[in-house]
Design a protein around this ligand. Structure first.
Ligand code: KIV
Length: 281
């Protein structure tokens, strides 16, 4: 399958064709996602929780993100990849934001970057797009500022908050982002934003829009700390892996593994080996 381009994503919005994407953080996962025919991959800073075992995303560094994006690119050479800018890689200044966005493109060969926020980071989006880098905005539940939001809580559920979200969405588009991701927002609000904006609007836990994103650790049942309400689980990989490891432990302890089919056989008569062993007695 040919790798999609910006032109394809704009056409898909116009034609009403849904875009599918999931997160991936490593080579094998990325290659499975590509084989499944997914349109895009997000190398999210959620890797902090799903892969690195942090309580949240904020400890994740630029180095973590670049290294995981590189692995994902190796696993999915024909898929549109979104690099996620980690906490403090764009909050300080426009210049910092451009320099760090540039690292994703130069060092990890991603197709675009994503950052969190609306009105308050519009100048960052403008600066990055002016440098020729494609940007996806991210509004609603923005994990990097979840402390200010009172935790991992749905957003835009009252009129005041929904109005602010719509202003954020417009600011992201106005600043030059080519797409917007809306997280954990009621479908009424997301639907309004998706219709109002000319750019593609994607949803994670925000109802129907121009496409859907899920975190691989959630949809595959890999991440066990909690599962957000909006997740549909397509597998229970944690159970499959744990059972496989348990069975291996049982087999080794009881002598059922390894058997003859799992060993390399000698290439000369055994007596020759016995003679050689005797030299060491
Ligand atoms: O890091 C991530 O996976 C994300 C999603 C929560 C949208 O930003």
């Amino acid at each position: 399958m040919a790798k999609k381009s910006l032109v394809d994503f704009i056409k898909m919005k116009k034609d009403g064709e849904q875009v599918t994407w999931v997160t991936a953080y490593d080579f094998p996962m990325a290659s499975f996602v590509e084989q499944a025919g997914m349109d895009m991959i997000l190398v999210g800073d959620s890797l902090g929780m799903i892969v690195l075992g942090y309580k949240g995303t904020n400890p994740v560094t630029m180095e973590d993100c670049i290294s995981h994006c590189q692995a994902v690119r190796r696993g999915a050479p024909h898929t549109w990849i979104v690099g996620d800018m980690p906490f403090m890689s764009y909050q300080i200044s426009d210049a910092d934001a451009v320099a760090n966005a540039g690292r994703f493109i130069k060092e990890a060969d991603v197709d675009c970057i994503k950052l969190e926020g609306g009105v308050r980071i519009a100048s960052r989006i403008r600066a990055i797009t002016d440098a020729g880098i494609l940007v996806i905005g991210h509004i609603g539940l923005t994990p990097q500022s979840s402390g200010q939001l009172g935790g991992f809580k749905a957003q835009g559920r009252d009129v005041v908050n929904a109005r602010a979200l719509i202003k954020d969405a417009l600011a992201v588009q106005e600043a030059g982002a080519y797409a917007l991701l809306v997280e954990a927002v009621p479908p009424e609000v997301t639907g309004f934003i998706a219709k109002k904006l000319a750019i593609p609007v994607y949803s994670i836990g925000a109802g129907p829009a121009d496409g859907q994103l899920l975190i691989c650790g959630d949809m595959l049942g890999l991440f066990q700390a909690f599962t957000p309400k909006f997740v549909k689980k397509y597998a229970n990989v944690a159970e499959i892996e744990t059972n496989a490891f348990k069975e291996y432990v049982k087999d080794v302890k009881s002598g059922l593994f390894p058997t003859d089919e799992h060993v390399y056989h000698i290439l000369e008569p055994e007596e020759e080996f016995q003679k050689m062993f005797a030299e060491f007695k």
